[in-house]
Design a binder for this molecule. Structure first.
Ligand SMILES: C[S@@+](CC[C@H](N)C(=O)[O-])C[C@H]1O[C@@H](n2cnc3c(N)ncnc32)[C@H](O)[C@@H]1O
Length: 261
């Protein structure tokens, strides 16, 4: 059993679960923004630039942008006009987008590339610390566009966030999701998963909580994609590949690192 810490975004998460009016604007709450909605306008431009590079390098044509930006429908996120940066992109009707959604698109493409690299056409995914579920939504859209079937997508988070993920992803009609709270997850897991994801999450937990997830969850996954944002990297994690995050949103001295195997 994990130690239960309390976090500033838990109250607004639970309020948004219980109250539809609050759900309509939970992404504006200052406590929520400090943890989950703090990507800047300028970083949004850098994400677009890296998305374009990924499109060119991997011949990813006609991305389903209109699907991805559905991530901005709920929660009243802060959006910016990126029309100038997106004017050479096909298949996009809305160019006023949340920079956080641009980040999820950018990571979604990188994770999809990784799934392609490990040769999976059908995959079970488990994500620890997935926020309100934005990465899950966008990765689903990318995978379904490129013919990868996500058989199950399990999200583990604090109880209030877990409930918010369930509400958010159900409203956006994302299928095959299982949302589990950190305290009850162990009894409800299956024996193996194909891919473990944790971006800006696992690395932020206390060492005890990191060890809990490495021992009980990561060890039952064949592959992993982790963005580690709080050095040092846990010594129990068998790191195979390390790559600096692009664009780098971490500290110059302690850059964020993407870990895969
Ligand atoms: C900085 S956010 C990262 C969110 C998301 N991965 C993203 O890329 O936007 C950290 C996440 O870890 C979650 N979290 C905090 N403690 C946790 C725990 N003990 N177990 C699982 N998730 C936890 C938070 O609720 C939040 O969803």
């Amino acid at each position: 059993m994990q130690q239960v810490n309390s976090y500033v975004h838990e109250k607004i998460a639970m309020d948004a679960v219980l109250n539809d009016t609050i759900f309509q604007s939970f992404k504006r709450d200052n406590n929520f923004r400090s943890i989950l909605e703090h990507v800047s306008y300028e970083q949004g431009i850098e994400y677009i630039s890296y998305i374009k590079q990924l499109i060119a390098e991997n011949t990813l044509e006609n991305l389903a942008w209109n699907k991805y930006v559905e991530n901005d429908i709920y929660g009243n996120t802060i959006k910016f006009n990126y029309a100038n940066q997106l004017n050479d992109i096909q298949n996009i009707d809305i160019t006023t987008i949340s920079p956080s959604t641009l980040r999820y698109i950018c990571f979604g493409l990188q994770i999809y590339n990784y799934i392609k690299q490990i040769g999976k056409k059908e995959i079970s995914i488990i994500e620890v610390g997935g926020g309100y579920g934005g990465q899950c939504k966008v990765l689903f859209d990318i995978c379904s566009q490129f013919g990868v079937n996500i058989k199950t997508y399990t999200l583990i988070d604090l109880e209030s966030m877990s409930k918010l993920q369930q509400k958010y992803l159900t409203k956006l009609n994302v299928k095959n999701i299982v949302t589990l709270s950190n305290v009850e997850c162990l009894n409800k897991l299956v024996d193996t998963y194909d891919l473990f994801i944790s971006n800006y999450a696992l690395g932020e937990f206390t060492t005890d909580v990191q060890n809990f997830y490495i021992k009980n969850i990561l060890n039952r996954c064949t592959n992993y994609f982790i963005t580690w944002n709080s050095p040092p990297i846990n010594s129990n994690l068998k790191v195979v590949n390390k790559k600096e995050e692009i664009p780098q949103t971490g500290h110059a001295q302690f850059p964020n690192i993407i870990l895969t195997n």
